[in-house]
Design a protein around this ligand. Structure first.
Ligand code: ADP
Ligand code: MG
Length: 454
């Protein structure tokens, strides 16, 4: 049996959905959304409003409708009181503010407000350039977006940074919404999933959380490697995932490594993630880079010598984001300088990027440099010793490996004496934390970095 609070809570959520439908989004946002359910009893509802002005306005304009709606829900409700929220310090939290339940029950297209991550309309299939390295991933996403029943479930996309995972996820979500307007398509990052989950736990809304996630037709979760080592969230994700796949709803996830390489994951989660179709976004090749540059230049209306594009495609052999950065920079130079870009001026403008791309820092370089800096034996980078004097520099080296190379966490762990991926993650967090508080350590890191990048 639901408690009175829970019942009132659900009623309030439905009423808010209706108010929004009746008065429109604008009115709802300005006047009605700020109301929170403050206290309940059998016959009276107390709503909290932020200011007296809002109270008066809401009471005059929407008070009658509110009372009527509430009586429709529950004929015992005789009165609605408005109280003005006490000024900041003494602010009493609303008794039960159920954002998730409210979102779920709202009977308009706002059901995923606040839960979803925004999708960027500029990331579409149309402007995704297809080449050998990504054609399979592209085809899989197109297929997923066009078919009513999932052909493969889950669809697991993986690949290094800046190779187009997020672009494909956004494009797929948008195409699905267009092809199947009645479907509930929810896109969010794993980070956002974690955040929502923690918030639901705190607010004791886990039931609403579960219901919301289990009510979608298509769930897209970006960067699931973020859940590695976070056991409770991983567990929750796993249940959601299973529930959806079992009911034949499409699940699409992306990560920076394949399921088999994600070793901060529980075995059953990992194997289940690999059940559907696993496709890789491979590092770009010259042809793809050139095609992307051409397409992007055309988009920018940037009339550039093809020789310069070829040069950039040859020399910047890293991810697409960097490639685009290089082109944007050239476009800015051309515009500011008011002249056409030549091979020579491109060289000048991109000097730092070219250098970074030429000289890839290896994990071995990092280990050597860090060991030297802290005066420890190189062998201790991979030894099991845990004394602070070796453990801390080792953590610094892991941290730098993450930031200066494109290696995945499991790969980094392997280079440090076969350590687990969660150990690497812990090291990165630790150094992040410490270097924020400890100027000496921050300076050490800056110095080592400078040597490595010089
Ligand atoms: P990831 O999520 O894999 O790190 P993104 O999807 O964020 O990478 O891609 C980085 C940038 O490169 C984005 O601006 C994206 O639009 C662009 N990009 C990546 N691959 C392609 C492609 N094949 N065609 C066009 N743009 C691409
Ligand atoms: Mg991404």
């Amino acid at each position: 049996m639901a408690s009175l609070e829970e019942r009132r809570n659900a009623e309030w959520a439905r009423i808010r959905g209706r108010l929004r439908a009746e008065f429109g989004d604008g009115v709802f946002r300005s006047w009605l959304r700020p109301l929170t359910l403050m206290a309940v009893d059998d016959t009276k509802i107390t709503l909290c409003v932020p200011t007296r002005f809002v109270r008066d306005r809401v009471n005059t304009l929407y008070g009658d409708r509110l009372r009527a709606l509430w009586r429709l829900e529950d004929c015992d409700v005789g009165a609605i009181d408005f109280v003005v929220e006490p000024e900041s310090a003494g602010r009493k939290p609303s008794l039960i503010a159920p954002p998730l339940a409210e979102i779920m029950l709202a009977n308009d297209d706002s059901w995923s407000d606040g839960v979803a991550s925004p999708t960027d309309p500029n990331l579409s299939f149309d402007n995704f350039v297809v080449g050998k390295p990504n054609e399979f991933a592209y085809a899989a996403c197109i297929r997923a977006a066009e078919t009513e029943k999932p052909a493969f479930n889950p669809l697991f996309l993986y690949g290094g940074v800046g190779l187009g995972k997020t672009h494909l996820m956004h494009a797929t979500a948008a195409a699905m919404r267009q092809n199947f307007p009645e479907k509930r398509v929810l896109y969010l990052t794993a980070e956002k999933f974690l955040y929502q989950f923690i918030r639901a736990l705190r607010a004791q809304e886990t039931v609403a959380f579960k219901e919301l996630f289990r009510s979608v037709d298509v769930l897209l979760v970006d960067d699931v490697q973020f859940l590695c080592g976070r056991d409770a969230t991983q567990e929750e994700f796993f249940h959601t995932f299973n529930a959806l796949v079992d009911q034949g709803r499409q699940v699409i996830v992306s990560a920076d490594t394949s399921p088999s390489d994600m070793d901060g994951l529980e075995e059953r989660v990992r194997s289940r993630l690999g059940w559907g179709l696993v496709v890789e976004l491979n590092p770009t090749n010259y042809e793809l880079r050139l095609a992307i540059l051409e397409s992007r230049a055309a988009e920018l209306g940037f009339d550039i010598d093809p020789k310069v594009l070829e040069f950039v495609a040859q020399r910047i052999a890293t991810n697409v984001r960097e490639l685009e950065g290089a082109l944007n920079r050239l476009a800015a130079y051309a515009q500011l300088g008011g002249r056409t870009i030549t091979l020579e001026s491109a060289h000048d403008a991109l000097r730092d990027l070219l250098r970074a791309s030429e000289r890839r820092v290896s994990i071995e370089d990092i280990q050597k440099q860090v060991a030297e800096h802290f005066n420890m034996r190189l062998a201790d980078m991979s030894s099991p010793r845990r004394a602070r004097a070796v453990a801390r520099p080792r953590q610094v080296a892991m941290y730098l490996a993450k930031h200066l190379t494109s290696r995945s966490l499991p790969e980094i762990g392997r280079k440090f004496g076969g350590r687990d991926h969660t150990t690497v993650m812990h090291a990165i967090r630790k150094i992040d934390e410490l270097s924020a508080a400890d100027a000496g350590l921050a300076e050490d890191i800056r110095l080592i970095r400078r040597v490595l990048e010089s």
